[in-house]
Ligand binder design. Structure first.
Ligand SMILES: [Zn+2]
Length: 159
């Protein structure tokens, strides 16, 4: 498990607690490199990760649905399907360990956005426009300008 502070891969477990039904083990960990303490929620690999929508409804994490929205967000961006499948694997693995059960859908959305921002700025904006619930076009444009300031790759966004 990566340290959220320095990215070091080794940590020691300070405390472990099992959920009553045995499905999740909550662990306090300390990074062996920088000493940062963080919590992981380790779920059984054979159980689905549950996600709670804003409406309150709880559903299993849907890999194919996420993959479809990533395909839509990366149309004409020349990103191989295998890259997107790896992205889905990484995200599923991360939400499995980083959040308590059920995982709020906003946290899932944020995990996707963090990774898309690194992969492709245009795809990030497309995805963000859906997931961040922009109230109006001004907010959307502000977000665009934010990104343009740090990276000029937004110039080739297609309308
Ligand atoms: Zn660390």
């Amino acid at each position: 498990m990566l340290c959220p502070n320095c990215g070091h891969t080794e940590s020691k477990v300070i405390d472990s607690r099992s959920a009553k039904d045995g499905s999740t083990i909550k662990r306090r960990r300390e990074c062996l490199s920088c000493g940062t303490r963080f919590t992981t929620f380790e779920r059984r690999e054979d159980l689905p990760v549950m996600v709670q929508k804003r409406s309150g409804r709880i559903e299993p994490f849907d890999r194919s649905k996420l993959l479809r929205s990533l395909v839509t967000a990366t149309v004409k961006r020349n990103i191989p399907l295998a890259t997107l499948q790896e992205l889905v694997d990484t995200i599923e693995n991360d939400i499995r360990y980083k959040y308590r059960d059920p995982v709020p859908s906003q946290e899932l959305g944020n995990e996707v956005l963090i990774r898309l921002a690194k992969l492709d700025k245009v795809a990030y904006i497309r995805f963000a426009s859906v997931y961040k619930d922009f109230q109006n076009l001004d907010e959307f444009n502000a977000e665009l300008q934010n990104l343009s300031a740090s990276d000029s790759s937004t110039e080739d966004i297609e309308s």
